[in-house]
Design a binder for this molecule. Structure first.
Ligand code: GLU
Length: 437
């Protein structure tokens, strides 16, 4: 089974198999966008443009399975906006993925790249499949055939895919190879999140978790408590969550709880994160379930724990109107895309809970993807320190800009502030470029 080798990047991995979101993520993004547009008094003509994804591709393709049978797979690529630069965004493999989910994630990419000011637009892709049930060679053929179906639509100046939930650097090498075979030469710039040996960037694997950490650390700077007195709870233990936990732990924060789809662990004195990482890496489902040196806790309990910081780093729709009122953390840092619904946002705002929104908090991944694309284009590679320093500068500056936008628009929450900052930049470009023809 490929599950043994598959360690997803920028997603919660196995989490999603058991926690199917119930709300429509596309409706949620539209609600957030319209709310922001109203506050900004945005020109309705601009809202009309941003509300629609520019291109939506649905592809059905056959793949020969190991037993000789043929299966049909459905794949999506939604290119939401390329006003500010090439479309950019990950590819997710999941049995429950829907077009509306991909549309939502594509739009979030547009806002995310604008918030951190990368010269990109936004896109997202996905294939309906259960990577945990496919063999490695089946998954490779799915990836190659999906990539083939996107020929003409992707490319270093057109649309640059990357890893997301249940896809990883190895999947990116297959995409790169397929694209390169089709055009007759190796093209490093067609995907990011590649293995280091074929043009990947130092620090890319940790980048999303590191970015989540940087903005959390910025937000906590003004608090008087010592790092080790602040209690953190982390939802998920995939790439984003585990790297966030690792970096936060190394920096001196106390992580009291971690929960994934299979189980959760709690220790009020602080979990031994290095030990937990070792434990999960040898667990058959890469889970924290059964970790001996802690109490057990459910996902529901984790979200409602009496902690200072809650970091949902798994998937959409985790904090909803059903549980928002029970959240006790004073700061939420969204490592996942869309973990909080608009209804929940209202409740959290009223309670005075600060939410660092996904489009800022998890932008570290795409930021280092951008570094990777720049390095590949120049064939000049940076060391990890340089990558991390540049990432820190961009994340910290963006956090300040989002705070300034909060004051400018006189809003209570950072999500509207970040959306307004992003929409301002996109609107300006649409205005400058004009409407073709
Ligand atoms: N999948 C990641 C995200 O949601 C990274 C996308 C990229 O690197 O292009 O931000």
């Amino acid at each position: 089974m490929y599950s043994e080798v598959l360690k997803s990047m920028d997603g919660g991995g196995q989490m999603e198999m058991h926690m199917i979101p119930h709300e429509n993520p596309w409706e949620n993004v539209l609600t957030q966008l319209r709310h922001t547009a109203e506050i900004m008094k945005l020109d309705p003509n601009i809202t009309k443009i941003i509300e629609k994804p520019e291109k939506t591709v649905i592809t059905n393709f056959p793949v020969k399975m190991d037993d000789g049978s043929v299966e049909m797979f459905e794949g999506y690529r939604v290119q939401h906006s390329n006003h500010r630069g090439p479309y950019k965004g990950g590819v997710r493999y999941s049995p429950t993925i829907s077009l509306d989910e991909v549309k939502a994630l594509a739009a979030l990419m547009t806002f995310k790249t604008a918030v951190v000011n990368l010269p990109y637009g936004g896109a997202k892709g996905g294939v309906v499949c259960d990577p945990w049930k496919l063999s490695k060679s089946e998954l490779m053929r799915v990836t190659r055939r999906f990539t083939y179906s996107l020929m003409g639509l992707i490319g270093p100046e057109i649309d640059i895919p990357a890893p997301d939930m249940n896809t990883n650097p190895e999947v990116m090498s297959w995409m790169l190879d397929t694209y390169s075979m089709m055009i007759g030469h190796t093209e490093l710039g067609v995907v990011t999140g590649k293995p280091l040996e074929i043009g990947g960037s130092a620090g890319r694997v940790e980048a999303t978790g590191r970015g989540v950490f940087i903005v959390m650390d910025e937000a906590l700077k003004t608090r008087r408590k010592n790092k080790s007195d602040l209690k953190l709870a982390v939802q998920g233990f995939g790439n984003v969550a585990s790297n966030f936990a690792k970096i936060a732990h190394e920096s001196g924060y106390r992580i009291v709880a971690v929960a994934d789809a299979f189980g959760g662990v709690y220790d009020s004195g602080g979990l031994d994160i290095p030990k937990l990482l070792t434990y999960a890496s040898s667990h058959p489902k890469r889970s924290v379930e059964g970790f001996p040196d802690a109490e057990t806790i459910t996902n529901k309990e984790l979200l409602e724990l009496d902690v200072d910081v809650l970091a949902p780093c798994a998937l959409e729709n985790q904090i909803t109107e059903k549980n928002a009122d029970n959240v006790k953390a004073s700061l939420i840092v969204e490592g996942a895309n869309g973990p909080t619904t608009p209804d929940a946002d209202e409740v959290l705002n009223e309670k005075g809970i600060m939410v660092i929104p996904d489009i800022l908090a998890n932008a570290g991944g795409v930021t280092v993807s951008y570094f990777e694309w720049v390095q590949g284009t120049q064939s000049l590679f940076w060391d990890e320190q340089e990558v991390n320093d540049r990432l820190k500068r961009i994340m910290s500056r963006s956090f300040e800009e989002v705070r300034a936008s909060k004051d400018k628009y006189n809003v209570k929450d950072l999500r509207t502030a970040a959306m307004a900052l992003a929409v301002e930049k996109i609107a300006k470009v649409i205005e400058l470029r004009g409407i073709f023809p």
